[in-house]
Design a protein around this ligand. Sequence first.
Ligand code: HEC
Length: 180
Amino acid sequence: MPLWVVLAGFLLAACGNDMRDQPRYDPLAPAPGWPNDQSARVPVEGTVARDESLQPVPDTLPEPLTRELLERGGQRYEIFCSPCHGDSGRGDGMVVQRGFPAPPSLHGAHLREIPLRHFYDVIENGFGRMYAYGARVPARDRWAIAAYIRALQLSQYAKLDDLAPRQRKQLQRESREDTP
Ligand code: HEC
């Protein structure tokens, strides 16, 4: 093998190393000299992320309410909301038990009567001391969580008449068994 090929091989190998060792920031690492000393940048004002729709946000659920959507909402609620709002929505999540200011119960009259869109907006933009989740919870999931919260509210205020006849009978049977 000619000497120049061997030398070129060395050069290229060094090249590979350089590319591996490029200067970069770890996610959320501080970056002195940049605005707020942050390496993470906020989107430029007036720009739209590729996965955000340019359509105006509708006032209520933009797709049919299905079991799949509710289950998705429940799963997202558990991940993003229950640490503070609690599984039941009463504002007693683990983060609150460790000292974070308690959010209001999701079962108060005010939030039971509020239009669905309010939950969508609170998730996207935050509310008071609550952080905005718009960057982490995409539009469809915001609706799914909003729908799940409505279901959670109904679950706490269901009337006997709301149940299917079979469930109603079962409940009556069980409560008869419970009474001594
Ligand atoms: C880190 C804790 C925390 C998490 C996580 C959190 N919240 Fe909150 N939330 C709060 C606090 C605290 C308030 C009360 C804020 C205030 O009044 O200053 C609040 C208020 C609210 C309200 C009441 C708004 C009103 O009109 O009174 C709604 C609705 C709500 N949150 C929904 C959600 C949903 C949905 C999620 C999940 C995507 C979520 N929150 C995640 C802490 C949290």
